[in-house]
Design a protein around this ligand. Structure first.
Ligand code: FES
Length: 147
């Protein structure tokens, strides 16, 4: 059911934990399953993500996608990190079973929430970034799984 990469990131998550010197922290929840994800970002003065960590109260797919997402955004500029979607994370993991696609949204939304926090604290605007939702399914119109 899960690819080798998903199993690897689930069993050996990268960047798990907290960052004491984080200057952007975002927490999001998934009302459908009750899982929670928190992302810590350490962004330098050139707006490069120097370090990133995550903590989750979530399923295996949430752990694996967060682990991969943190690997993908580390060392990137804010704008490049904004371009990393849950789809890109899933592709990097060689796919997820359709019923687990919603789990991959937690990481993307938590990164956006952490970037929002950073932007608020620093009085800047990040192009394309919207105020985070408290629940990733807030305002969702269709009931089906979206990809
Ligand atoms: Fe909740 Fe996967 S079942 S994030």
């Amino acid at each position: 059911m899960y690819t080798e990469k998903v199993m690897d990131h689930f069993q050996h998550p990268r960047n798990m934990g907290e960052l004491e010197n984080a200057n952007g922290v975002g927490t999001v929840g998934n009302a459908k399953c009750g899982d929670i994800m928190r992302i810590y970002l350490d962004i330098d003065d050139k707006q490069i993500i120097r370090d990133v960590k995550f903590k989750t109260f979530g399923c295996g797919a949430a752990v694996a996608t967060s682990s991969m997402a943190t690997e993908l955004v580390k060392g990137k500029s804010i704008q490049d990190a904004m371009a990393i979607t849950n789809k890109a994370v899933m592709e990097a993991l060689d796919g997820l079973p359709p019923v687990k696609v919603h789990c991959s949204l937690l990481a993307e939304e938590a990164i956006h929430a952490a970037l929002w926090d950073y932007a608020q604290k620093n009085g800047i605007e990040i192009q394309g970034l919207q105020k985070p939702k408290s629940d990733i399914h807030e305002g969702e119109e269709d009931e089906g799984e979206d990809y």
